[in-house]
Design a protein around this ligand. Sequence first.
Ligand SMILES: Nc1ncnc2c1ncn2[C@@H]1O[C@H](COP(=O)(O)OP(=O)(O)OP(=O)(O)O)[C@@H](O)[C@H]1O
Ligand SMILES: [Mg+2]
Length: 253
Amino acid sequence: MALLEVKDLCITFGGLHAVEDFNLSIEKGQLYGLIGPNGAGKTTVFNLLTGVYKPTRGSIVLDGNDITGHRTEEINRDGIARTFQNIRLFHQLSVLDNVKTALHRSFNYSTFESMFHCGRYRSVEKKMDEKAMEILKVFGLDTVALILSSNLPYGQQRKLEIARAMATEPKILLLDEPAAGMNPNETAELMETISLIRDRFDMTILLIEHDMKLVSGICELLTVLNFGKVLVQGETKEVLSNPEVIRAYLGDE
Ligand SMILES: Nc1ncnc2c1ncn2[C@@H]1O[C@H](COP(=O)(O)OP(=O)(O)OP(=O)(O)O)[C@@H](O)[C@H]1O
Ligand SMILES: [Mg+2]
């Protein structure tokens, strides 16, 4: 059974079929790429998978559970975490606290305990600090844990966003153009980080990306979207040499 099984997913905005009859099947541990020209519907697919939009038709099954129509927070609890095309961090918070915001779901104390720093508050905070530091270490961000996230270089901010998503212990991680705006060194480092997450946590990853070097370097399978529809699906090498795919990309220039 696939970890993520998407069937006939559709959404329209006014008259526009932004995503139409979208099908996708991802096995556990796969590193899967979703590519396509600007405006093809890639981010809309992520918004459908994470409950930001409700599909007009179709179904989303994660690990055997039908999550179609669930709300965003529910879907996060169900096991889908994402990052955004335009980076979203709490810029006024430290690197450590950014990760801790994602941990509050699994570590609990009452409002009273938090207001008066009593009861479970101190021990829970300590445990959260330890857990957050553990996660930051994996991403090589433990040495900058106490600085404001807005003071991190861009490449590290992107990494922190992924670290925060991983802190929710998802079953699948969705990354929306993580290499956008990165220089070649940062992109190469990001590629290593993504591979490391997959290998170390046996994580399943669905990646939207325009950087073909990154896509061909780490994705085993690809789906190409064009005008809201699946153009081609299959193994990366074959998909990228498919004439229809080449045409769709050249037509975009
Ligand atoms: N909330 C919305 N209301 C109306 N139209 C929308 C909405 N969200 C997306 N669209 C439209 O749906 C289409 C697909 O947009 P989407 O952002 O999914 O493309 P994309 O493949 O992620 O593109 P890019 O590579 O530029 O990020 C576009 O025509 C976009 O304008
Ligand atoms: Mg997009």
